[in-house]
Design a protein around this ligand. Structure first.
Ligand SMILES: C[S@@+](CC[C@H](N)C(=O)[O-])C[C@H]1O[C@@H](n2cnc3c(N)ncnc32)[C@H](O)[C@@H]1O
Length: 284
């Protein structure tokens, strides 16, 4: 990640430049300059998985179920964790960002063994593909196109961690429609959404016009968030047919970015709307 000392506009400039250099994602990942979250850390991956399973009321009820993670980022850890609970995982991302070495999964095995859990034996697996096959998991890397290929009413739990805000704005509603379609009638979604900008944790992303922010140049530079605000997201969930239950809302006490710097479409929003920095939601 770019150092915290750099101001937000410097980070934008640096990322716009760096993302144009001819290196693959794996190079940036190893350098730690661009990363898709922390799912390659066993403690984080287990905490995220357990957190969503608990919120969805599925503790000790995962056996034989299908769990879909939207946006797993840097690892396929959810495949291994789900398998340890007797469930099958489908992982959907917009690229093959998962690390290609198997160190994170060996570490997961060690943690499970320490906790007295009996995970699948992965000692014979030498590659990520072998681990996926052993866990009967699917890793799909074409975002909306991948979701569209999943059978209707086939998934029991869909979860995401810091992902919904990254879905391209023009695809967001369709992504949610697909989630609704593939969820079993008694299935559930659990999402944790971070509405802060990914430049320094404030709202400086709202200072750009729609035309600039949604241009491919910006979208492909590693700091894109769709800027869909709290009540707008809830509205989309409802419109596509979900029953919405917000379980936590995080707020700034005062606006972290001056309103007058914001683009027109945000300037007129209420403080109450703009001060929501994140939320957790269950959809049925
Ligand atoms: C900030 S990372 C979070 C990764 C992981 N969930 C974590 O907590 O470490 C956001 C992830 O969402 C993925 N993403 C963005 N748009 C997506 C889409 N339309 N479908 C699936 N994944 C998407 C990104 O590729 C990235 O892996």
């Amino acid at each position: 990640m770019v150092s915290m000392q750099i101001p937000w506009w410097g980070k934008i400039g640096a990322k716009l430049l760096l993302s144009r250099l001819p290196f693959g994602y794996d190079v940036w990942q190893r350098l730690g300059l661009f990363r898709h979250g922390q799912m390659d850390t066993s403690e984080y991956a287990i905490r995220v998985f357990n957190g969503h399973v608990e919120k969805a009321g599925l503790i000790n009820r995962l056996h034989g179920k299908t769990v879909l993670e939207l946006g797993p980022g840097d690892s396929i850890s959810t495949a291994v964790i789900a398998a340890a609970h007797g469930a099958r995982a489908i992982l959907v991302d917009t690229g093959a960002f998962a690390r290609s070495d198997i160190t994170p999964y060996q570490e997961l095995m060690r943690v499970f063994t320490k906790q007295g859990l009996a995970p699948l034996d992965l000692s014979v697996c030498r590659t990520v593909d072998e681990i996926l096959a052993r866990c009967m998991a699917q890793y799909m890397t074409e975002g909306l196109t991948s979701l569209a290929q999943i059978e209707s009413e086939s998934v029991d739990l869909i979860f995401s961690q810091a992902v919904l805000e990254h879905i391209r704005k023009r695809e967001f509603r369709e992504m949610m429609q697909e989630c609704r379609r593939i969820l079993r009638p008694n299935g559930i979604c659990s999402h944790q959404v971070d509405l802060r900008d990914h430049l320094g944790g404030t709202l400086n992303n709202l200072c750009f016009s729609q035309r600039i922010w949604e241009s491919n140049f910006f979208v492909k530079s590693g700091f894109y968030t769709n800027r869909i605000r709290y009540s707008q997201m809830l509205q989309i969930f409802s419109v596509v047919g979900f029953a919405v239950e917000v379980t936590d809302v995080r707020r700034w006490t005062v606006l972290p970015t001056t309103r007058c710097k914001m683009a027109l479409e945000f300037k007129d929003m209420s403080d109450e709307e703009l001060c929501v920095s994140g939320f957790d939601v269950l959809l049925r």
